[in-house]
Design a binder for this molecule. Structure first.
Ligand code: SF4
Length: 346
């Protein structure tokens, strides 16, 4: 596609979101990225939280992190550029060990992934021997490698319910764990990592889910008070909350689901207006795709990690083959096993 045609398409799609002067600049970057992508036989993945010009005009696949990694693994491209955060790029590498996986910024971390280490998981396994470990995909590869099963925000309750075990260790998101406990009717505790006398534990082993106090620094900020204030101003708003929000917030919302599930819900329903309690870019991306949908946005709450990924850095990733994401093979194999076990549950 010529630069002029691309510019016209971008202007049409982004006209309600981005001033024209910026669209021209972004169109030039997108044009160069797409040319380089073809030359380097790369596939670009765009997470739902990417900014609209990046999200709508450069990815071969856009969506939730795990589905993107799966789709990239099915391609015959040599390079995967993951426009998302580090744990997502690691997951792409876990599923595509023979491809070069790049992330455009080496500063795109995640508060949730950083809340727990492989040593923490080993300590929990020692303390609760034989209890299966379910780990959210928003973790680093070495944590996945210590786990029996992975899960996504979309299938977490299904994975927990499918296990033939009275007790499950569910890591690392405190709020997702509480939301899953509520959905599955399980009782949850949050033990400290410091070991206590073994005999004392035995008397406490009546719980069904063992959690961890990790949190997403974005979703933990939304409150029931926010919801009440917004409803008093917009009584007809439909509010959607990601399950990384507190259980009080997901209960007060009209709908709770993964990022892709929230997008599908907005696409399939006809409300006067919507509010997504998640990273603000998702609202922009829905407006760009569906200008007839009215989206309220709480854009003072942003993910600083996702926002590290820019068109400029994506271009440089392809130009300079940076930043290469590596996962040691022994860790990759064990992490892939946890992902595969989750896939078998569905
Ligand atoms: S939105 Fe939350 S879970 Fe996602 S990358 Fe940012 S901090 Fe991590």
């Amino acid at each position: 596609m010529s630069l002029e045609t691309l510019h016209k398409e971008m202007s049409e799609r982004l006209k309600d979101l981005v001033p024209e002067v910026e669209i021209r600049h972004k169109a030039e970057l997108v044009h160069e990225i797409n040319q380089l992508k073809a030359e380097r036989n790369a596939v670009i993945l765009g997470h739902n939280y990417m900014e609209p010009a990046l999200y709508h005009f450069i990815p071969d696949f856009a969506g939730d992190s795990l589905e993107l990694s799966r789709k990239a693994a099915e391609t015959d491209r040599d390079i995967i550029v993951f426009c998302g955060v580090e744990f997502m790029a690691e997951t792409a590498k876990i599923l595509s060990p023979d491809k070069t996986v790049l992330i455009p910024s080496d500063k795109a971390g995640c508060s949730l992934a950083e809340s727990i280490t492989a040593a923490d998981v080993r300590a929990l396994k020692e303390r609760f021997p034989g209890v299966p470990v379910v780990t959210y995909v928003n973790t680093y590869a070495d944590v996945k490698a210590e786990s029996d099963y992975c899960c996504t925000s979309g299938n977490a309750a299904r994975v927990v319910e499918a296990l033939d075990s009275d007790t499950v260790i569910f890591l690392p998101d405190e709020y997702l764990a509480k939301n899953v406990a509520r959905e599955t009717g399980k009782h949850i505790i949050f033990p400290s990592v410091v070991s206590r006398a073994g005999s004392e534990f035995q008397t406490e082993m009546d719980y069904q889910m063992i959690g961890w106090k990790g949190r997403c620094e974005v979703h933990e900020q939304f409150t029931v008070e926010d919801i009440e204030k917004i409803r008093s101003q917009y009584p007809d708003v439909v509010i959607l909350a990601h399950p990384e929000c507190s259980p009080e917030v997901t209960a007060a919302a009209d709908y709770s689901g993964s990022t892709s599930a929230m997008i599908r819900h907005v696409e399939k329903t006809q409300a006067p207006r919507y509010l997504l309690l998640t990273e603000c870019s998702m609202g922009d991306n829905i407006i760009a795709a569906h200008p007839n949908k009215e989206m309220l946005r709480l854009c003072s709450v942003r993910c600083p990690h996702m926002n590290q990924i820019t068109l400029e850095d994506t271009l440089n990733a392809l130009k300079y083959t940076r930043y290469i994401v590596e996962v040691p093979e022994d860790i990759r194999i064990r992490a892939a096993r946890a992902v595969e076990r989750m896939s078998q549950i569905g």
